[in-house]
Design a protein around this ligand. Structure first.
Ligand SMILES: Cc1cc2nc3c(=O)[nH]c(=O)nc-3n(C[C@H](O)[C@H](O)[C@H](O)COP(=O)(O)O)c2cc1C
Length: 362
């Protein structure tokens, strides 16, 4: 018989009661004594009772006596730990997916357990994030006169585009792109829940993802960083173009996507995590990541439909290292990016961007 650590265990700090081990799948808690932690530290790989005994001997949990009696004591301790679910015998060890850390496995297991008890306390965080630090509001056009194609064509054509034409991204295209892919269509009841209906699905209608536009070369838009307000379809200017913003574009999109030149624009997606956490604490992060996948695909398909090139990247930075997020740095989680522009000649696109009659209302 071999034993290994229950991979769903995480260590949590409890200031007064001391550290506890949490079984994230069954949501059980155990006092985290140092001797137990030392044993679990070794049981990342399966060991036999004899191997465990040779390492711990009398210092194993509940260790007592000597010789055969000592080995029997170790076996009893292991039986108790296995019965509690802190360790698992190889007979009960399900094959684990490779390539995931214990934290990732535990977070996944915790998410499958459902929301924590006592969620939805007090008022939900608002569905709309305001940026009082904005210096200017750019009202985007409400009209959409750009063509659209059958979904099957769009699905066939969608590719990640890493080569962009030197020409700027027309603001009218950016406006239609945001309206079609991210604009709020209306509330989703009950009203007091602060839920909204938008083009992409979102766990519980929470829509925690905020969209920021890094505009390097967008015609009719001063270069800089903007927050997209999906309620009134405006871009709210947060920062001018400077070396710091160029570095954000570089580290979030240009470098991770191995682009030779920075794209004309990119989107930075950041989750206002409390919006999802208010309803789903315990599985909120997994919902936020899945929401990000849904939104990224919606953005990619919309870009393809409009003849724009787009490339998602998964690079994430702490919000306090992105200067234009400083107003909300404590509440935002950066979860993804999308390079955006007119595809370069390296890409044979069946539909090219034709600057349409779409203007900008200021
Ligand atoms: C969540 C996510 C993260 C991604 N991150 C990167 C990235 O950091 N760099 C990159 O070049 N491509 C990135 N991509 C794009 C993939 O490399 C691309 O989708 C894949 O190679 C398949 O090519 P296709 O999109 O043209 O079909 C990402 C895609 C997704 C969905």
């Amino acid at each position: 018989m071999r034993y290994r650590r229950n991979p769903d265990l995480l260590l949590e700090w409890q200031d007064e009661a001391g550290p506890v081990l949490v079984d994230c799948r069954r949501w059980r808690r155990f006092t985290a004594r140092p001797r137990l932690l030392a044993l679990l530290n070794e049981l990342g790989r399966p060991l036999t009772t004899e191997e465990i005994h040779a390492r711990w001997g009398a210092s194993a949990p509940n260790g007592e006596g000597s010789g055969g009696a000592e080995l029997a004591a170790t076996q009893r301790a292991l039986d108790q730990l296995a019965a509690a679910g802190i360790i698992r015998s190889s007979a009960h060890t399900a094959p684990m997916p490779q390539g995931l850390t214990p934290y990732e496995l535990a977070a996944h297991a915790r998410a499958g357990h459902g929301p924590a008890a006592n969620t939805q306390q007090g008022s939900p965080p608002p569905a709309r994030l305001r940026h009082p630090d904005s210096t200017r509001t750019v009202r985007l056009t409400d009209s959409d006169e750009l063509p659209s194609r059958p979904l099957r064509e769009v699905l066939t054509e969608r590719r990640s585009i890493r080569d962009f034409a030197p020409s700027p991204l027309p603001l009218g295209h950016l406006a239609v792109f945001l309206a079609r892919s991210a604009r709020v269509r209306g509330p989703l009841g009950p009203l007091r829940f602060q839920q909204t209906q938008r083009p992409s699905p979102s766990g519980g209608g929470r829509h925690s993802l905020e969209t920021y536009v890094i505009a390097r070369k967008v015609s009719g838009l001063a270069p800089g960083a903007y927050h997209y307000d999906p309620f009134d379809h405006t871009l709210n200017r947060l920062a001018p173009w400077d070396d710091e913003l160029a570095a954000v574009l570089n580290t979030t999109v240009t470098m991770p996507a191995y682009m030779e030149h920075p794209p004309p624009a990119s989107l930075l997606l950041a989750s206002h995590a409390a919006r999802t956490g208010w309803k789903y604490e315990g599985l909120a992060l997994s919902l936020i990541y899945r929401d990000a996948g849904c939104l990224l695909q919606t953005l990619c398909l919309t870009a393809t439909d409009l003849g724009l090139g787009a490339c998602p990247t998964g690079t994430m930075r702490p919000a306090n290292q992105v200067a234009f997020l400083k107003c909300h740095q404590d509440g935002l989680l950066h979860v993804g990016n999308l390079a955006l522009g007119i595809p370069g000649p390296g890409r044979d696109m069946s539909t090219t961007v034709r600057p349409g009659p779409v203007g900008v209302q200021r």
